[in-house]
Write a protein that binds this ligand. Structure first.
Ligand code: PLP
Length: 437
């Protein structure tokens, strides 16, 4: 197996480098539900890589599409020219996006999608003559990637505290978690829709004439699976309409079938004005992100922009041919195998399985939606995150890849999984929990 001669030169992202390099985990190949590590061990993937390989690994149709495109044309700019695949993929995406979200701007990642969405919101307000609407509202415990816009509206202290003053003119709604009565909620929790009313409080404080947009994840994934209470997103939508504020859904995790519908917007029946995507858009085979905006927003730019270029924003790799080829093939795989419906069909079994861990050691809460599971552990006194990291290590040693965030296990398996995979995931986690002090 091709093992590196040194681990010294790669500064790994969001990783305790010193710990990792003392005991590396190196993955060599992947197929369907499994990775194989450099020692030839099979590792069941309970996290779709990083919430992104929704159709499972190594899908031949996607690989072939990338190979074919690479041989035909490696790259073409999309500044002042373009290539057919970029339009074909946008048309295909528009066909599955909810409401009138029919215009697609390409990025290369979820972080770029979040920053692009915020910039479009600000530019839109100015373009339509509401230049005082510059404030952005995020949420505590939100994750919108690592760009300066994303960390400014995000709500994770360590992602923010090292990086200076961030964007000014940002405020945050409270997160929706920890509401009394929601412990061990199955699916959407009952209590806390009124937390959306905090937007009224922020409007009273800042005035709606200063607020451009509110950005939320339909389900906050990265901070440990925080499912919004019944009616919360509907209320947020109504308040945004009332105060002429744009609503942005960050669907980098909830998009492409994760909840058993194409998007979280479909699942919850709430359509935002702007919707961000990444990860599952290409089944993660080529980096790509995208931002969908409503026809109304796009038309405003087209009709009233004060310069020939309507939006001064874009990336060298916006609409990269390999990513577009991968994206088209990915959507074909999702549709051809009915994977979103499959996720929905599997969700009740998934729910029962993750909640069966309730009696395992250290558990203080379990939550789920679609094919997402959050299993919250009691933190070790004086050593937050240590227990979850130990469970992560033990699971890996037992042939299971999970993801942990803080002391929460966050699960998001590929949508192709079978019930036997779910059983194996739950039993491996149970065994790891039993062995962990
Ligand atoms: N937004 C959300 C909701 C995410 O979950 C993530 C990544 O997990 C991002 C943005 C950032 O995506 P990326 O890591 O591709 O920049």
């Amino acid at each position: 197996m091709n093992t590196p001669s040194t681990l010294e030169n790669f500064w790994m992202p969001f990783t305790p480098n010193r710990t990792f390099k003392a005991k590396p985990k190196l993955l060599a190949s992947a197929k369907d539900m499994h990775y194989t590590d450099v020692d030839g061990r099979q590792i069941l993937d309970a996290t779709s890589g990083l919430w992104c390989v929704n159709a499972g690994h190594g899908r031949a149709k996607i690989t072939e599409a990338i190979q074919k495109q690479a041989a035909v044309m490696d790259f073409a700019p999309t500044f002042n020219m373009a290539h057919p695949l970029a339009f074909q993929f946008a048309e295909k995406l528009a066909g599955m996006l909810p409401g009138d979200l029919k215009k697609v701007f390409y990025t290369n990642s979820g972080s770029e999608s979040a920053d692009t969405a915020l910039k479009i919101a600000l530019a839109y307000q100015r373009t339509r003559g509401h230049a005082s609407k510059t404030r952005l509202i995020g949420r505590e415990r939100a994750y919108h990637g690592v760009g300066f816009g994303g960390i400014s509206v995000g709500g994770i202290v360590r992602n923010r505290m090292y990086f200076g003053s961030l964007l000014t003119g940002v405020d945050h709604l409270p997160h929706t978690h920890g509401v009394t009565g929601n412990l061990f909620a199955r699916g959407i929790p009952e209590h806390g829709a009124d937390l959306a009313d905090n937007l009224e409080r922020l409007v009273a404080l800042h005035d709606a004439s200063t607020i451009a947009a509110v950005i939320v994840e339909p389900v906050a994934g990265s901070t440990g699976v925080l499912v919004p209470p019944k009616g919360y997103l509907q209320r947020l939508r109504a308040l945004c309409d009332k105060h002429d504020i744009l609503l942005i859904f960050d669907e980098v995790i909830t998009g492409f079938g994760r909840l058993g519908a194409a998007f979280g917007a479909d699942y919850f029946g709430v359509t935002p004005d702007i919707l961000t995507m990444a990860k599952g858009i290409t089944n993660a085979a080529v980096p790509m992100g995208a931002v969908a905006v409503s026809n109304r927003i796009y038309d405003t730019f087209m009709q009233t922009a004060d310069a020939p270029i309507e939006l001064f924003h874009g990336y060298t790799y916006s609409g990269h041919p390999l990513a577009c080829a991968a994206g088209i093939a990915t959507l074909d795989v999702y549709a051809g195998e009915n994977l979103f419906a499959r996720a929905n069909d599997m969700a009740p079994y998934w729910q029962e399985a993750v909640h069966s861990l309730r009696d395992a050691p250290h558990i203080i809460d379990i939550r789920n939606l679609g094919l997402i599971g959050g299993i919250e552990l009691e933190s070790r006194p004086g050593a937050p995150t240590a227990r979850a990291l130990e469970v992560f290590d033990r699971c890996f040693d037992k042939g299971l890849l999970i993801r942990v965030t803080g002391d929460i296990i966050a699960l998001s398996p590929p949508l192709i999984l079978e019930k036997t995979h779910i059983d194996q995931m739950v039993e491996t986690i149970r065994a790891a929990l039993k062995e962990t002090a």
